[in-house]
Design a protein around this ligand. Structure first.
Ligand code: MCA
Ligand code: AMP
Length: 505
Protein backbone atom coordinates (compact mmCIF):
# COMPACT_ATOMS: atom_id res chain seq x y z
CA UNK A 1 0.00 0.00 0.00
CA UNK A 2 1.23 3.52 -0.83
CA UNK A 3 2.34 5.64 2.11
CA UNK A 4 -0.38 8.33 2.46
CA UNK A 5 2.04 10.66 4.25
CA UNK A 6 1.61 14.13 2.73
CA UNK A 7 5.37 14.65 2.87
CA UNK A 8 5.80 11.69 0.50
CA UNK A 9 3.51 13.42 -2.01
CA UNK A 10 5.52 16.65 -1.81
CA UNK A 11 8.92 15.05 -2.14
CA UNK A 12 7.91 13.25 -5.34
CA UNK A 13 7.31 16.65 -6.88
CA UNK A 14 10.50 18.45 -5.80
CA UNK A 15 12.49 19.91 -8.72
CA UNK A 16 15.42 17.88 -10.00
CA UNK A 17 17.62 20.99 -10.20
CA UNK A 18 19.78 20.84 -7.04
CA UNK A 19 19.90 24.63 -6.91
CA UNK A 20 16.16 25.23 -7.12
CA UNK A 21 15.15 27.59 -4.31
CA UNK A 22 12.21 26.78 -2.08
CA UNK A 23 12.15 29.57 0.51
CA UNK A 24 13.66 32.82 -0.65
CA UNK A 25 13.86 35.23 2.27
CA UNK A 26 15.85 37.83 0.40
CA UNK A 27 18.59 37.41 3.02
CA UNK A 28 21.64 35.18 3.31
CA UNK A 29 19.63 32.32 4.80
CA UNK A 30 17.76 30.62 1.93
CA UNK A 31 16.36 27.11 1.61
CA UNK A 32 16.80 24.97 -1.50
CA UNK A 33 14.46 22.09 -2.27
CA UNK A 34 17.45 19.76 -2.37
CA UNK A 35 18.24 20.64 1.28
CA UNK A 36 14.77 19.73 2.58
CA UNK A 37 15.21 15.92 2.83
CA UNK A 38 18.45 16.18 4.81
CA UNK A 39 17.29 19.00 7.10
CA UNK A 40 13.89 17.50 7.86
CA UNK A 41 15.65 14.13 8.24
CA UNK A 42 17.81 15.52 11.05
CA UNK A 43 14.78 17.07 12.68
CA UNK A 44 13.02 13.73 12.37
CA UNK A 45 15.87 12.01 14.25
CA UNK A 46 15.70 14.68 16.91
CA UNK A 47 11.90 14.39 17.25
CA UNK A 48 12.11 10.63 17.52
CA UNK A 49 14.91 10.98 20.07
CA UNK A 50 12.54 13.12 22.15
CA UNK A 51 10.02 10.32 22.03
CA UNK A 52 7.69 11.88 19.46
CA UNK A 53 5.83 8.94 17.86
CA UNK A 54 3.10 8.70 15.26
CA UNK A 55 -0.05 10.39 16.57
CA UNK A 56 1.79 12.46 19.21
CA UNK A 57 1.04 16.16 19.16
CA UNK A 58 3.70 18.79 18.55
CA UNK A 59 2.52 22.29 19.38
CA UNK A 60 4.37 25.31 18.05
CA UNK A 61 4.05 29.04 18.65
CA UNK A 62 6.95 30.53 16.72
CA UNK A 63 7.73 33.34 14.33
CA UNK A 64 7.61 32.69 10.62
CA UNK A 65 11.00 31.38 9.51
CA UNK A 66 12.70 28.74 7.38
CA UNK A 67 13.15 26.66 10.54
CA UNK A 68 9.44 26.74 11.30
CA UNK A 69 8.57 25.39 7.84
CA UNK A 70 11.20 22.66 8.23
CA UNK A 71 9.70 21.74 11.60
CA UNK A 72 6.24 21.45 10.04
CA UNK A 73 7.56 19.18 7.28
CA UNK A 74 9.51 17.10 9.80
CA UNK A 75 6.36 16.59 11.88
CA UNK A 76 4.58 15.32 8.75
CA UNK A 77 7.47 12.92 8.13
CA UNK A 78 7.29 11.72 11.74
CA UNK A 79 3.56 11.08 11.48
CA UNK A 80 3.19 13.51 14.38
CA UNK A 81 0.23 15.86 14.62
CA UNK A 82 1.31 19.45 14.02
CA UNK A 83 -0.51 22.15 16.00
CA UNK A 84 0.42 25.74 15.11
CA UNK A 85 -0.69 28.60 17.34
CA UNK A 86 -1.15 32.28 16.55
CA UNK A 87 1.95 34.13 17.76
CA UNK A 88 -0.30 36.78 19.31
CA UNK A 89 -1.76 34.40 21.90
CA UNK A 90 -0.90 35.24 25.50
CA UNK A 91 0.51 32.63 27.91
CA UNK A 92 -2.95 32.44 29.50
CA UNK A 93 -4.46 31.50 26.13
CA UNK A 94 -1.66 29.05 25.33
CA UNK A 95 -2.23 27.21 28.63
CA UNK A 96 -5.69 26.19 27.41
CA UNK A 97 -4.31 24.70 24.17
CA UNK A 98 -1.55 22.82 26.00
CA UNK A 99 -4.04 21.29 28.40
CA UNK A 100 -6.50 20.42 25.65
CA UNK A 101 -4.06 18.88 23.17
CA UNK A 102 -1.52 17.41 25.65
CA UNK A 103 1.41 17.68 23.22
CA UNK A 104 4.55 15.59 23.68
CA UNK A 105 6.60 18.64 22.61
CA UNK A 106 5.94 22.38 22.71
CA UNK A 107 8.17 24.66 20.65
CA UNK A 108 7.98 28.38 21.45
CA UNK A 109 9.77 31.56 20.43
CA UNK A 110 12.94 32.39 22.39
CA UNK A 111 11.42 35.67 23.60
CA UNK A 112 8.55 33.88 25.32
CA UNK A 113 10.58 31.03 26.85
CA UNK A 114 10.38 32.11 30.47
CA UNK A 115 6.61 32.75 30.41
CA UNK A 116 5.94 29.57 28.43
CA UNK A 117 8.17 27.43 30.66
CA UNK A 118 5.78 28.17 33.50
CA UNK A 119 2.60 27.30 31.58
CA UNK A 120 4.23 24.25 29.99
CA UNK A 121 5.27 22.94 33.41
CA UNK A 122 1.84 23.61 34.88
CA UNK A 123 0.25 21.87 31.92
CA UNK A 124 2.47 18.79 32.25
CA UNK A 125 4.16 19.12 28.84
CA UNK A 126 7.13 16.69 28.74
CA UNK A 127 9.38 18.59 26.32
CA UNK A 128 9.80 22.35 25.75
CA UNK A 129 12.15 23.86 23.17
CA UNK A 130 12.67 27.17 21.41
CA UNK A 131 13.20 27.71 17.73
CA UNK A 132 15.37 30.05 15.70
CA UNK A 133 17.89 31.30 18.21
CA UNK A 134 20.93 29.80 19.77
CA UNK A 135 20.82 29.32 23.50
CA UNK A 136 19.35 27.17 26.18
CA UNK A 137 16.67 24.82 24.92
CA UNK A 138 17.13 25.66 21.25
CA UNK A 139 15.85 22.96 18.91
CA UNK A 140 18.07 24.34 16.18
CA UNK A 141 21.16 23.90 18.39
CA UNK A 142 20.13 20.41 19.45
CA UNK A 143 20.08 19.35 15.78
CA UNK A 144 23.86 19.38 15.59
CA UNK A 145 23.97 16.05 17.45
CA UNK A 146 21.61 14.30 15.02
CA UNK A 147 22.28 12.51 11.76
CA UNK A 148 19.60 12.66 9.08
CA UNK A 149 17.09 9.84 9.03
CA UNK A 150 15.78 8.81 5.62
CA UNK A 151 12.47 7.55 6.96
CA UNK A 152 9.04 8.81 6.09
CA UNK A 153 6.78 7.28 8.72
CA UNK A 154 3.96 5.23 7.16
CA UNK A 155 0.53 6.69 7.75
CA UNK A 156 -2.94 5.75 6.57
CA UNK A 157 -4.89 8.36 4.61
CA UNK A 158 -7.22 9.13 7.51
CA UNK A 159 -4.50 9.54 10.13
CA UNK A 160 -4.07 13.07 11.44
CA UNK A 161 -1.51 15.49 10.06
CA UNK A 162 -2.60 18.57 11.98
CA UNK A 163 -4.98 20.04 14.48
CA UNK A 164 -5.90 23.69 13.97
CA UNK A 165 -7.72 25.48 16.73
CA UNK A 166 -10.69 27.57 15.84
CA UNK A 167 -12.61 29.51 18.42
CA UNK A 168 -16.14 28.45 19.02
CA UNK A 169 -19.42 30.26 19.32
CA UNK A 170 -19.49 28.90 22.86
CA UNK A 171 -16.22 30.67 23.60
CA UNK A 172 -14.04 27.55 23.99
CA UNK A 173 -11.58 26.88 21.17
CA UNK A 174 -12.03 23.61 19.33
CA UNK A 175 -9.25 21.68 17.62
CA UNK A 176 -10.20 20.78 14.05
CA UNK A 177 -8.61 17.41 13.21
CA UNK A 178 -7.22 17.32 9.67
CA UNK A 179 -5.91 14.13 8.10
CA UNK A 180 -3.14 13.61 5.57
CA UNK A 181 -5.86 12.88 2.98
CA UNK A 182 -7.83 16.05 3.85
CA UNK A 183 -4.77 18.18 3.21
CA UNK A 184 -3.53 16.26 0.17
CA UNK A 185 -6.87 16.33 -1.65
CA UNK A 186 -7.34 20.05 -1.12
CA UNK A 187 -3.78 20.85 -2.19
CA UNK A 188 -4.08 18.88 -5.42
CA UNK A 189 -7.46 20.39 -6.31
CA UNK A 190 -6.20 23.95 -5.75
CA UNK A 191 -3.03 23.27 -7.69
CA UNK A 192 -5.17 22.24 -10.69
CA UNK A 193 -7.95 24.80 -10.25
CA UNK A 194 -5.54 27.73 -10.15
CA UNK A 195 -3.49 26.36 -13.08
CA UNK A 196 -0.28 26.24 -11.07
CA UNK A 197 2.61 26.36 -13.53
CA UNK A 198 6.27 25.47 -13.75
CA UNK A 199 8.13 28.67 -13.07
CA UNK A 200 5.46 30.14 -10.80
CA UNK A 201 6.88 32.24 -7.96
CA UNK A 202 4.65 32.72 -4.93
CA UNK A 203 4.81 35.89 -2.87
CA UNK A 204 4.09 34.74 0.68
CA UNK A 205 3.32 37.41 3.30
CA UNK A 206 0.68 35.50 5.31
CA UNK A 207 1.22 34.08 8.77
CA UNK A 208 1.87 30.32 8.77
CA UNK A 209 -0.24 29.34 11.78
CA UNK A 210 -3.51 29.24 9.82
CA UNK A 211 -4.90 27.27 6.90
CA UNK A 212 -4.41 30.12 4.45
CA UNK A 213 -0.66 30.69 4.80
CA UNK A 214 0.35 27.18 5.92
CA UNK A 215 -1.73 24.89 3.74
CA UNK A 216 -3.27 26.80 0.86
CA UNK A 217 -0.20 28.82 -0.02
CA UNK A 218 2.71 26.54 0.94
CA UNK A 219 1.13 23.31 -0.30
CA UNK A 220 0.50 24.71 -3.79
CA UNK A 221 4.11 25.88 -3.93
CA UNK A 222 5.43 22.51 -2.67
CA UNK A 223 3.42 20.63 -5.30
CA UNK A 224 4.77 22.94 -7.98
CA UNK A 225 8.36 22.93 -6.74
CA UNK A 226 7.95 26.70 -6.85
CA UNK A 227 10.12 29.40 -5.41
CA UNK A 228 8.45 31.18 -2.50
CA UNK A 229 9.30 34.79 -1.71
CA UNK A 230 9.01 34.30 2.01
CA UNK A 231 8.30 37.51 3.92
CA UNK A 232 8.11 37.55 7.73
CA UNK A 233 4.84 39.53 7.65
CA UNK A 234 2.75 41.67 5.36
CA UNK A 235 4.15 45.12 4.76
CA UNK A 236 2.89 46.94 1.67
CA UNK A 237 6.23 48.49 0.72
CA UNK A 238 8.08 45.21 1.20
CA UNK A 239 5.55 43.42 -1.00
CA UNK A 240 5.73 46.10 -3.70
CA UNK A 241 9.54 45.80 -3.68
CA UNK A 242 9.40 42.10 -4.56
CA UNK A 243 6.20 41.76 -6.57
CA UNK A 244 8.15 42.18 -9.81
CA UNK A 245 9.71 38.73 -9.28
CA UNK A 246 6.45 36.99 -8.36
CA UNK A 247 3.67 35.45 -10.43
CA UNK A 248 1.14 34.52 -7.71
CA UNK A 249 0.12 36.19 -4.46
CA UNK A 250 -2.45 35.11 -1.87
CA UNK A 251 -3.83 37.47 0.73
CA UNK A 252 -6.66 38.52 2.99
CA UNK A 253 -8.68 41.56 1.86
CA UNK A 254 -6.66 43.87 4.15
CA UNK A 255 -3.56 43.10 2.02
CA UNK A 256 -5.36 44.36 -1.07
CA UNK A 257 -6.81 47.51 0.52
CA UNK A 258 -3.39 48.36 1.97
CA UNK A 259 -1.73 47.88 -1.43
CA UNK A 260 -4.34 50.14 -3.03
CA UNK A 261 -3.66 52.78 -0.37
CA UNK A 262 -0.01 52.84 -1.43
CA UNK A 263 0.77 55.19 -4.34
CA UNK A 264 3.79 53.04 -5.29
CA UNK A 265 1.42 50.20 -6.18
CA UNK A 266 0.80 50.50 -9.93
CA UNK A 267 0.08 48.46 -13.04
CA UNK A 268 3.84 48.27 -13.63
CA UNK A 269 4.42 46.73 -10.20
CA UNK A 270 2.18 43.84 -11.25
CA UNK A 271 3.60 43.36 -14.75
CA UNK A 272 4.99 39.90 -13.96
CA UNK A 273 1.94 38.71 -12.01
CA UNK A 274 -0.33 35.91 -13.21
CA UNK A 275 -2.77 35.63 -10.32
CA UNK A 276 -3.95 37.45 -7.19
CA UNK A 277 -6.08 35.34 -4.83
CA UNK A 278 -8.14 36.64 -1.90
CA UNK A 279 -9.90 34.86 0.94
CA UNK A 280 -10.44 34.37 4.71
CA UNK A 281 -12.88 37.30 4.80
CA UNK A 282 -15.25 38.94 2.33
CA UNK A 283 -13.55 41.05 -0.31
CA UNK A 284 -15.64 44.15 -0.95
CA UNK A 285 -16.83 44.47 -4.53
CA UNK A 286 -15.44 48.04 -4.43
CA UNK A 287 -11.97 46.71 -3.66
CA UNK A 288 -12.26 44.18 -6.49
CA UNK A 289 -13.18 46.93 -8.94
CA UNK A 290 -10.57 49.42 -7.70
CA UNK A 291 -7.91 46.70 -7.96
CA UNK A 292 -8.83 45.94 -11.55
CA UNK A 293 -8.88 49.63 -12.46
CA UNK A 294 -5.41 50.14 -10.95
CA UNK A 295 -3.67 46.96 -12.09
CA UNK A 296 -5.73 45.31 -14.84
CA UNK A 297 -5.96 42.16 -12.66
CA UNK A 298 -9.25 40.65 -11.51
CA UNK A 299 -8.65 39.22 -8.04
CA UNK A 300 -9.75 35.59 -7.79
CA UNK A 301 -11.81 35.22 -4.61
CA UNK A 302 -12.20 31.85 -2.93
CA UNK A 303 -13.89 30.74 0.28
CA UNK A 304 -12.91 28.25 2.94
CA UNK A 305 -12.68 27.46 6.60
CA UNK A 306 -10.32 25.75 9.01
CA UNK A 307 -12.52 22.66 9.19
CA UNK A 308 -12.47 22.06 5.44
CA UNK A 309 -9.64 23.99 3.84
CA UNK A 310 -10.85 25.53 0.62
CA UNK A 311 -14.48 24.96 -0.37
CA UNK A 312 -15.31 27.17 -3.35
CA UNK A 313 -13.34 29.23 -5.83
CA UNK A 314 -14.05 31.66 -8.60
CA UNK A 315 -12.94 30.14 -11.89
CA UNK A 316 -9.47 30.65 -13.30
CA UNK A 317 -10.67 30.98 -16.87
CA UNK A 318 -14.35 31.93 -16.47
CA UNK A 319 -15.90 35.03 -14.93
CA UNK A 320 -14.45 36.14 -11.58
CA UNK A 321 -17.45 37.97 -10.21
CA UNK A 322 -16.88 40.52 -7.45
CA UNK A 323 -18.80 39.71 -4.28
CA UNK A 324 -19.14 35.99 -5.09
CA UNK A 325 -16.92 33.11 -4.03
CA UNK A 326 -17.44 30.98 -7.13
CA UNK A 327 -18.21 27.29 -7.43
CA UNK A 328 -17.70 24.28 -5.17
CA UNK A 329 -14.23 22.88 -5.88
CA UNK A 330 -14.01 19.56 -7.76
CA UNK A 331 -14.87 16.73 -5.36
CA UNK A 332 -16.65 19.08 -2.93
CA UNK A 333 -20.47 19.07 -2.77
CA UNK A 334 -22.24 22.16 -1.48
CA UNK A 335 -25.90 22.78 -0.72
CA UNK A 336 -27.84 25.70 0.72
CA UNK A 337 -30.19 24.31 3.34
CA UNK A 338 -32.82 25.30 5.86
CA UNK A 339 -32.38 24.78 9.60
CA UNK A 340 -33.08 21.04 9.21
CA UNK A 341 -30.59 20.35 6.45
CA UNK A 342 -33.20 20.29 3.68
CA UNK A 343 -31.89 21.76 0.46
CA UNK A 344 -33.53 25.08 -0.51
CA UNK A 345 -34.41 26.13 -4.05
CA UNK A 346 -31.63 27.92 -5.92
CA UNK A 347 -31.61 31.66 -5.23
CA UNK A 348 -32.85 31.37 -1.64
CA UNK A 349 -30.59 32.24 1.28
CA UNK A 350 -29.79 29.51 3.80
CA UNK A 351 -26.92 27.85 5.60
CA UNK A 352 -24.18 26.44 3.41
CA UNK A 353 -23.51 22.74 4.04
CA UNK A 354 -20.73 20.70 2.46
CA UNK A 355 -19.23 17.24 2.04
CA UNK A 356 -16.00 16.18 0.42
CA UNK A 357 -12.56 14.67 0.95
CA UNK A 358 -11.36 18.00 2.36
CA UNK A 359 -13.80 18.02 5.29
CA UNK A 360 -12.25 17.34 8.72
CA UNK A 361 -13.14 14.35 10.84
CA UNK A 362 -14.22 16.26 13.95
CA UNK A 363 -13.07 18.36 16.88
CA UNK A 364 -10.31 17.00 19.10
CA UNK A 365 -11.91 15.24 22.06
CA UNK A 366 -15.25 16.99 21.58
CA UNK A 367 -17.64 14.39 20.15
CA UNK A 368 -20.70 16.42 21.17
CA UNK A 369 -19.51 19.57 19.41
CA UNK A 370 -18.63 17.48 16.37
CA UNK A 371 -22.09 15.91 16.31
CA UNK A 372 -23.73 19.35 16.55
CA UNK A 373 -21.99 20.58 13.43
CA UNK A 374 -22.68 17.60 11.17
CA UNK A 375 -26.05 16.51 9.78
CA UNK A 376 -26.94 12.86 10.25
CA UNK A 377 -26.31 12.34 6.52
CA UNK A 378 -22.70 13.47 7.05
CA UNK A 379 -22.89 17.03 5.68
CA UNK A 380 -20.91 19.65 7.60
CA UNK A 381 -22.78 22.81 8.59
CA UNK A 382 -20.47 25.75 7.81
CA UNK A 383 -22.49 28.38 9.69
CA UNK A 384 -22.17 30.75 6.72
CA UNK A 385 -25.34 32.04 5.05
CA UNK A 386 -25.18 31.70 1.30
CA UNK A 387 -27.18 31.93 -1.88
CA UNK A 388 -26.52 29.52 -4.74
CA UNK A 389 -27.34 30.61 -8.29
CA UNK A 390 -28.85 28.22 -10.85
CA UNK A 391 -25.40 27.42 -12.21
CA UNK A 392 -24.05 26.65 -8.72
CA UNK A 393 -22.21 29.90 -8.14
CA UNK A 394 -22.11 30.74 -4.41
CA UNK A 395 -22.43 34.15 -2.77
CA UNK A 396 -21.83 34.42 0.99
CA UNK A 397 -24.45 36.83 2.30
CA UNK A 398 -24.00 36.55 6.06
CA UNK A 399 -23.13 34.37 9.02
CA UNK A 400 -25.39 32.26 11.20
CA UNK A 401 -22.54 32.08 13.74
CA UNK A 402 -21.70 35.04 15.94
CA UNK A 403 -18.26 35.70 14.51
CA UNK A 404 -16.16 38.78 13.72
CA UNK A 405 -13.39 38.61 11.10
CA UNK A 406 -10.76 41.28 11.68
CA UNK A 407 -7.94 41.46 9.14
CA UNK A 408 -8.55 37.78 8.35
CA UNK A 409 -8.39 36.66 12.01
CA UNK A 410 -11.54 35.23 13.56
CA UNK A 411 -12.74 36.70 16.80
CA UNK A 412 -15.61 35.04 18.64
CA UNK A 413 -17.62 37.64 20.59
CA UNK A 414 -18.55 35.06 23.20
CA UNK A 415 -14.92 34.64 24.26
CA UNK A 416 -14.42 38.41 24.63
CA UNK A 417 -17.74 38.87 26.46
CA UNK A 418 -16.77 36.15 28.95
CA UNK A 419 -13.54 38.03 29.74
CA UNK A 420 -15.33 41.40 29.98
CA UNK A 421 -18.01 40.04 32.27
CA UNK A 422 -15.33 38.90 34.74
CA UNK A 423 -13.90 42.43 35.09
CA UNK A 424 -14.83 44.38 38.22
CA UNK A 425 -17.36 47.10 37.46
CA UNK A 426 -18.97 45.36 34.45
CA UNK A 427 -22.48 43.95 34.75
CA UNK A 428 -22.79 42.66 31.21
CA UNK A 429 -21.34 43.15 27.75
CA UNK A 430 -21.96 42.65 24.07
CA UNK A 431 -19.18 42.46 21.51
CA UNK A 432 -19.85 43.28 17.87
CA UNK A 433 -17.98 43.79 14.62
CA UNK A 434 -18.56 47.06 12.77
CA UNK A 435 -17.13 48.22 9.43
CA UNK A 436 -13.41 49.05 9.67
CA UNK A 437 -11.55 50.55 6.70
CA UNK A 438 -8.38 48.53 7.30
CA UNK A 439 -9.44 45.32 9.07
CA UNK A 440 -12.85 44.88 7.37
CA UNK A 441 -14.53 44.56 10.74
CA UNK A 442 -13.38 46.25 13.97
CA UNK A 443 -13.97 44.57 17.32
CA UNK A 444 -16.18 46.85 19.44
CA UNK A 445 -17.46 46.27 22.97
CA UNK A 446 -20.59 47.70 24.52
CA UNK A 447 -20.64 47.31 28.30
CA UNK A 448 -23.02 48.08 31.13
CA UNK A 449 -21.46 49.24 34.39
CA UNK A 450 -22.60 47.86 37.73
CA UNK A 451 -21.22 50.77 39.75
CA UNK A 452 -18.95 48.57 41.89
CA UNK A 453 -15.74 49.96 40.36
CA UNK A 454 -14.73 52.94 38.25
CA UNK A 455 -14.94 52.11 34.56
CA UNK A 456 -13.52 53.85 31.50
CA UNK A 457 -12.74 52.78 27.96
CA UNK A 458 -9.00 52.85 28.72
CA UNK A 459 -9.35 50.86 31.95
CA UNK A 460 -11.31 48.13 30.18
CA UNK A 461 -8.79 47.82 27.35
CA UNK A 462 -5.87 47.76 29.82
CA UNK A 463 -7.56 45.08 31.90
CA UNK A 464 -7.84 42.79 28.87
CA UNK A 465 -4.18 43.08 27.88
CA UNK A 466 -2.85 39.92 29.54
CA UNK A 467 -6.01 37.95 28.95
CA UNK A 468 -6.50 38.21 25.21
CA UNK A 469 -4.34 38.38 22.10
CA UNK A 470 -4.07 41.94 20.79
CA UNK A 471 -6.15 41.30 17.67
CA UNK A 472 -9.08 40.11 19.82
CA UNK A 473 -9.07 43.15 22.10
CA UNK A 474 -11.84 45.68 21.42
CA UNK A 475 -10.53 48.67 19.52
CA UNK A 476 -13.36 50.74 21.06
CA UNK A 477 -15.41 50.30 24.24
CA UNK A 478 -18.74 52.05 24.81
CA UNK A 479 -20.19 52.26 28.31
CA UNK A 480 -24.00 52.36 28.26
CA UNK A 481 -26.89 52.18 30.72
CA UNK A 482 -28.46 49.10 29.18
CA UNK A 483 -28.24 46.79 26.18
CA UNK A 484 -31.12 46.67 23.68
CA UNK A 485 -33.10 43.43 24.03
CA UNK A 486 -35.92 41.78 22.14
CA UNK A 487 -39.10 40.49 23.79
CA UNK A 488 -37.35 37.19 24.52
CA UNK A 489 -34.69 39.10 26.46
CA UNK A 490 -31.98 38.39 23.89
CA UNK A 491 -29.45 41.18 23.20
CA UNK A 492 -30.15 42.71 19.79
CA UNK A 493 -26.69 42.80 18.26
CA UNK A 494 -28.12 44.02 14.95
CA UNK A 495 -29.36 47.15 16.76
CA UNK A 496 -25.91 47.66 18.30
CA UNK A 497 -24.20 47.14 14.93
CA UNK A 498 -26.46 49.83 13.45
CA UNK A 499 -25.91 52.26 16.36
CA UNK A 500 -22.12 51.97 16.23
CA UNK A 501 -21.65 51.44 12.50
CA UNK A 502 -19.69 54.68 12.04
CA UNK A 503 -17.22 54.00 14.86
CA UNK A 504 -14.25 53.59 12.51
CA UNK A 505 -15.62 55.55 9.53
C1 MCA B 1 -2.74 42.96 14.01
N1 MCA B 1 -3.52 43.68 14.84
C2 MCA B 1 -4.78 43.45 14.54
C3 MCA B 1 -4.76 42.51 13.48
N2 MCA B 1 -3.48 42.23 13.18
N3 MCA B 1 -5.93 43.91 15.06
C4 MCA B 1 -7.05 43.47 14.54
N4 MCA B 1 -7.12 42.58 13.53
C5 MCA B 1 -5.97 42.09 12.98
N5 MCA B 1 -6.02 41.18 12.00
C6 MCA B 1 -3.15 44.61 15.90
C7 MCA B 1 -1.67 44.69 16.10
O1 MCA B 1 -1.32 43.84 17.16
C8 MCA B 1 -1.46 46.15 16.41
O2 MCA B 1 -1.70 46.40 17.73
C9 MCA B 1 -2.51 46.85 15.65
O3 MCA B 1 -3.54 45.89 15.48
C10 MCA B 1 -2.11 47.34 14.29
O4 MCA B 1 -1.15 46.49 13.76
P1 MCA B 1 -0.67 46.53 12.28
O5 MCA B 1 0.82 46.75 12.28
O6 MCA B 1 -1.50 47.40 11.46
O7 MCA B 1 -0.99 45.05 11.91
P2 MCA B 1 -0.15 44.10 11.05
O8 MCA B 1 0.91 43.47 11.85
O9 MCA B 1 0.23 44.83 9.79
O10 MCA B 1 -1.20 42.95 10.74
C11 MCA B 1 -2.36 43.14 10.01
C12 MCA B 1 -2.47 42.00 9.00
C13 MCA B 1 -2.39 40.68 9.80
C14 MCA B 1 -1.35 42.06 8.00
C15 MCA B 1 -3.80 42.13 8.29
O11 MCA B 1 -3.40 40.68 10.79
C16 MCA B 1 -2.48 39.47 8.93
O12 MCA B 1 -1.48 39.05 8.35
N6 MCA B 1 -3.66 38.87 8.80
C17 MCA B 1 -3.86 37.65 8.04
C18 MCA B 1 -4.67 36.67 8.81
C19 MCA B 1 -4.76 35.31 8.14
O13 MCA B 1 -3.80 34.77 7.62
N7 MCA B 1 -5.94 34.73 8.18
C20 MCA B 1 -6.20 33.41 7.59
C21 MCA B 1 -7.00 32.59 8.53
P3 MCA B 1 -0.80 47.46 18.53
O14 MCA B 1 -0.97 48.76 17.80
O15 MCA B 1 -1.35 47.45 19.89
O16 MCA B 1 0.58 46.92 18.45
S1 MCA B 1 -7.38 31.00 7.73
C22 MCA B 1 -8.99 31.25 7.27
O17 MCA B 1 -9.59 32.20 7.65
C23 MCA B 1 -9.71 30.36 6.31
C24 MCA B 1 -9.32 28.95 6.28
C25 MCA B 1 -9.57 30.94 4.92
O18 MCA B 1 -10.59 30.97 4.23
O19 MCA B 1 -8.45 31.29 4.56
P1 AMP C 1 -11.60 30.21 9.86
O1 AMP C 1 -12.36 29.66 11.00
O2 AMP C 1 -10.46 31.07 10.22
O3 AMP C 1 -11.26 29.09 9.02
O4 AMP C 1 -12.59 31.16 9.07
C1 AMP C 1 -13.55 30.64 8.24
C2 AMP C 1 -14.61 31.66 7.97
O5 AMP C 1 -14.07 32.76 7.25
C3 AMP C 1 -15.69 31.12 7.09
O6 AMP C 1 -16.63 30.34 7.79
C4 AMP C 1 -16.28 32.41 6.54
O7 AMP C 1 -17.18 32.98 7.46
C5 AMP C 1 -15.06 33.29 6.41
N1 AMP C 1 -14.56 33.37 5.02
C6 AMP C 1 -13.49 32.75 4.48
N2 AMP C 1 -13.34 33.11 3.18
C7 AMP C 1 -14.33 33.98 2.90
C8 AMP C 1 -14.73 34.71 1.74
N3 AMP C 1 -14.04 34.66 0.60
N4 AMP C 1 -15.83 35.48 1.83
C9 AMP C 1 -16.54 35.55 2.96
N5 AMP C 1 -16.21 34.92 4.09
C10 AMP C 1 -15.12 34.13 4.07
Amino acid sequence: MRNANLYALFIERFPSDPNALFLDTGHARQLRYSDVPEQTGRLLSLLQGLGVRKGDRVMVQVDKSIESVLLYLACLRAGAIYIPLNTAYTPAEVAYFLQDATPRLFVCAPKSLSAMATVARESGVPELFTLDAAGQGSLTDALAAHAASDRIVEVAADELAAILYTSGTTGRSKGAMLSHANLASNAQVLFDTWHWQTGDVLLHALPIFHVHGLFVALHCALLGGSRVIFMPRFDADGVIDRLGEATVMMGVPTFYTRLLDNPRFTRDTCANMRLFISGSAPLLADTHRAFEARTGHRILERYGMTEAGMITSNPYDGERIAGTVGYALPGVDARVADGQGRELPRGEAGVLEITGPNVFSGYWQMPDKTAEEFRTDGWFITGDIAVMADDGRVTIVGRAKDLIISGGFNVYPKEIEAQLDELPGIRESAVIGVPHPDFGEGVTAVVVADGSAALSEASVITALQDRLARFKQPKRVYIVDQLPRNTMGKVQKNVLRETYKDTFA
